[in-house]
Design a protein around this ligand. Structure first.
Ligand SMILES: Nc1ncnc2c1ncn2[C@@H]1O[C@H](COP(=O)(O)OP(=O)(O)OP(=O)(O)O)[C@@H](O)[C@H]1O
Length: 374
């Protein structure tokens, strides 16, 4: 468990071995051409994607892109205007079918954990188990608390727990009815960055043990890469791309997708004799025909500043020490905007101004321009 890397005093947690999680029957959850609008505003447009049984799928996208609306539709709190929702291949929402939230076997966990302040921890977890007898519900709730390492806090009230502990109670409550799919909306956003790492690692382990399918909403690409077996990138209510972190990072479908996963310098370019030529010279090979207009994205980590003669001359106009790395802004002749580079700290001596900029081909991503881009 990740909490072991922090002391008890740091986390406020008691290090205790957890019991193994109760196992859910993981289900697949599919969106089939789902569209939705609020008033006249289109919020989701023809979304088709599926979380496989036992998979952790992250819905990633900027604020307002429609991620929460997708979760609400999956939970049955909102009903889509077009398309279908399928749980294990069975329609649970469509033009003529609507299975109510409590009959879907889908768990929900919100951003603010939504614990009831006037109920103790055990009662908070027991709340979702009202289909069971009092004794059975208590037993299940205690088992769920044990699973997240918080059975010792069963009689405490939410305000007596740290943010990380409250998150784990919320997780225990969401998992205790053994949902086949767990929907989580920004579950770590209320935690400070140090605690977030620990709680994220723990949550991942608990999700794996419980074997539930999980759909997790986040706007943080790194979080999506840490958690998701796959990531679905959403923009303006549309699916931009779905795949593993390596696929989205390495072969982004658009400049938007590339920019979501890395900081970029963006240049215009043109294909000439099989090479992509930019104002700072050729940067990549290309199979496209001569004259093809392209947008070139250069990851900041792929720009090296040194003294070799293989590259283009530039002048450092700003630099910022960020700990392990340094962020440079470099003016280059022929470019309106300076280039930015992120390099390991200490590689460029402090008083140096003139440098040669070279580019790692692995950090060059080329997109052909569409007529609308021009
Ligand atoms: N009940 C509602 N009535 C009207 N508009 C709504 C309603 N709920 C959401 N919206 C709008 O739908 C759009 C998508 O919202 P949604 O919460 O799904 O996005 P999101 O990607 O989860 O954003 P965030 O990360 O900020 O939570 C937003 O423009 C939002 O203002």
């Amino acid at each position: 468990m990740g909490a072991e890397s922090l002391s008890e005093a740091q986390t406020g947690d008691h290090a205790r071995p957890r019991t193994s999680a109760g196992v859910s029957f993981a289900a697949s959850l599919a969106f089939e051409d789902v569209s939705h609008r609020f008033g006249s505003t289109e919020i989701l447009s023809g979304i088709s994607l599926a979380a496989k049984p036992g998979e952790i799928l992250c819905l990633l996208g900027p604020s307002g892109s429609g991620k929460t609306t997708m979760l609400r539709i999956a939970a049955g709190i909102e009903r889509q205007m077009a398309g279908r929702l399928l749980l294990n291949g069975r329609e649970i929402a469509g033009p003529n079918v609507f299975v109510t939230p409590e009959k879907r076997g889908v768990g929900l966990m919100f951003q603010d954990f939504a614990l009831f302040p006037h109920m103790n921890i055990l009662d908070n977890v027991r709340f979702g188990l009202n289909a069971l007898s009092v004794t059975a519900a208590k037993r299940e709730a205690m088992a769920a608390l044990e699973r997240v390492g918080l059975d010792h806090a069963a009689r405490n009230y939410p305000h007596m727990l740290s943010g990380g502990e409250q998150q784990r109670v919320a997780l225990a409550r969401a998992l205790s009815p053994r949902p086949s799919v767990l929907l989580m909306d920004e579950p770590f956003s209320g935690l400070d960055s140090r605690l977030k790492d620990v709680v994220r690692t723990d949550t991942l382990q608990i999700l794996r043990e419980s074997r539930a399918t999980a759909i997790i909403v986040t706007h943080d690409a790194e979080e999506a890469m840490r958690l998701g077996d796959r990531i679905a990138l959403i923009k303006d209510g549309r699916l931009v791309q779905i795949g593993t972190a390596a696929e989205l990072y390495g072969r982004p479908a658009s400049l938007f997708a590339a920019g979501f996963f890395s900081e970029l310098n963006v240049l215009d370019g043109e294909v000439r004799s099989g090479r992509v030529v930019t104002p700072i010279g050729p940067v990549a090979d290309s199979p496209s025909s001569d004259g093809t207009c392209v947008t070139v994205a250069l990851r900041l980590t792929g720009l090296r500043l040194d003294e070799t003669d293989r590259g283009v001359e530039g002048r450092i106009v700003a630099r910022r020490f960020l700990g392990g790395v340094e962020l440079f802004t470099v003016a280059v002749e022929g470019l309106d905007q300076p280039l930015r580079s992120r390099m390991r700290a200490g590689l460029v001596s402090e008083n140096r101004r003139d440098v040669v900029v070279s580019i790692d081909p692995r950090d060059v991503i080329v997109f052909e321009k569409t007529p609308e881009d021009r």
